[in-house]
Design a protein around this ligand. Structure first.
Ligand SMILES: *[C@@H]1O[C@H](CO)[C@@H](O)[C@H](O)[C@H]1NC(C)=O
Length: 471
């Protein structure tokens, strides 16, 4: 164990400050077969058409012979050295009779499409992996990321953010890295820049990395709907699908939520999990998305009273058959065990997990400041609710068949039965789930204007908003 710790220490010292590299995947290269309507690159007997009003820059890597070529009004070739075009008289025997091949319109490729990016922790890793898995919002470049458009490629990307501006740390285009916004703005207003970046928004380059060792939030939540508009959610087969913050679809797996202190180090912790768990062969099919996210705190799940930042660890299994959450939940338990042992050293105050089988954990450590606030607010809410109850009762708007028992605090896997996934509410004993002993309290009975249904009225205690009470 000692050697493991030593090695881990070494690893954390080697780790650099975090900034992910996100590379735009599509290109508008002449030699990429996917850019042509017939699915193949034009050859000697082919007639080549670039649609007249298409606006595109096209990177050409080699020398091409064609029979005919139509160019757009507004377009540009970027010729690598040794590349070019020549027109051939008659047929090219190696190309056959010849076809008309039209260059596909690249206008619809949007910046906020998570499927069009890949992420890695270094430029080298962008070439061949390992690639970094993340929730959808963070698959698109975050505010402190380095954005890379492959050196030997041309592209056209549509920018349409809600607030008109997309902020990133740097942008590399054709091998040149921009870290200064005025340089980059000048570039994007050039002829070539306008062909590469189009749409209603602009990318602004800040040059600044995340300056917080506990991590930085991605900053894409304002464009979450744009990011998700391209995503089709697959059918799920787990009992209680989970909804990771920043993700477009519900998932089967496990989510560990970590409440951190100011000594927490996000990147070291990522490496710790990588080294201690994900490198084990039993966990090799697990995808982990680890990031700092902002979650709203809500009173009675309705009234927002602020945001809190937590570290979210999403664990998903590669294959999505039935029972696919078992391994993810086992890993979540291992992570919690590690936190129970080492939490204070890692800058972790507390953590809990939820699995899509319905499993969840209790708090593994003391109460954080946020939880104390939650408890106080919870008590206030309870008092307010009781007062409302008494008032309604006095006015005869609410009838109570008999005094409810105060013994029905729901625990463990029962939590959420009424509220669906990630609903850690407990039932208010005043509105006990339908019970043969108390006929009529539920059902469709109308109580002076208030109808209480099985799932309609339940009180959420913020005390249990973040923590299940399993102890
Ligand atoms: C060709 O373009 C497709 C989609 O735009 C991309 O996924 C692929 O990586 C490109 N191929 C090469 C060889 O760059």
């Amino acid at each position: 164990m000692a050697t493991k710790q030593d090695l881990f220490l070494l690893l954390s010292m080697l780790s650099s400050a975090c900034a992910l590299h996100k590379q735009w995947v599509p290109d508008t290269n002449f030699e990429n077969a996917t850019n042509w309507d017939k699915g193949s690159v034009p050859c000697g007997s082919d007639k080549v058409i670039f649609p007249t009003h298409g606006k595109v820059a096209v990177y050409v890597e080699g020398a091409h012979t064609l029979s005919e070529m139509f160019l757009p009004v507004d377009g540009e070739f970027i010729l690598a050295s040794g590349s070019g075009f020549s027109i051939r008289e008659g047929q090219d025997p190696s190309c056959g009779a010849g076809n008309t091949k039209t260059f596909k319109d690249p206008d619809s490729k949007e910046w906020f499409n998570p499927a069009l990016w890949k992420a890695a922790s270094s430029l080298e890793d962008l070439q061949s992996g390992p690639y970094i898995f993340s929730v959808d919002d963070e698959a698109v470049p975050c505010q402190h990321d380095d954005v890379v458009f492959r050196a030997g490629s041309s592209f056209r990307v549509k920018l349409s953010a809600h607030d008109g501006s997309i902020s990133v740390k740097s942008v590399s285009v054709l091998g040149k890295k921009f870290t200064d916004n005025s340089d980059f703005t000048q570039y994007t207003s050039s002829q070539l820049g306008k062909l590469q970046f189009h749409g209603s928004s602009a990318v602004s380059v800040s040059g600044s990395a995340c300056g917080d060792i506990t991590g930085c939030v991605c900053g894409n939540s304002g464009n979450h709907d744009l990011i998700c508009s391209k995503i089709m959610c697959p059918p799920l087969h787990c009992k209680k699908p989970l909804e990771p913050v920043g993700h477009c679809c519900y998932v089967c797996g496990a989510i560990v939520t970590i409440h951190f202190s100011k000594t927490f180090r996000l990147e070291s912790y990522r490496q710790r999990l990588q080294y201690l768990f994900l490198s084990l062969s039993k966990y090799k099919s697990i995808h982990m998305a680890l990031s700092k996210v902002s979650i709203p705190q809500r009173l009675m799940q309705i009234i927002p009273y602020g945001n809190t930042q937590v570290i979210q660890v999403v664990l998903l299994e590669e294959n999505t058959g039935s029972q696919s959450e078992k391994l993810a939940e086992a890993l979540a338990r291992d992570i919690l065990k590690d936190i129970a042992d080492q939490g204070p050293h890692l800058g972790i105050d507390s953590a809990e997990f939820h699995g899509s089988s319905g499993a969840s954990s209790g708090d593994v450590s003391g109460l954080s400041g946020g939880e104390v606030t939650g408890i106080i607010l919870g008590i206030l809410a309870l008092v307010a609710f009781l007062a409302l109850f008494v008032v309604l009762h006095r006015r005869g708007m609410l009838r109570v068949p008999r005094l409810p028992q105060l013994s029905s605090w729901r625990k463990g896997s029962e939590i959420g039965d009424l509220g669906g996934p990630l609903d850690h509410s407990f039932d208010n004993p005043m509105f006990e789930k339908q019970n043969p002993e108390i006929p009529g309290l539920y059902g469709t009975e109308s109580l002076g204007g208030i109808t209480l249904t099985h799932s309609g009225v339940h009180f959420v205690n913020p005390v249990y908003d973040e923590t299940d009470f399993n102890a």
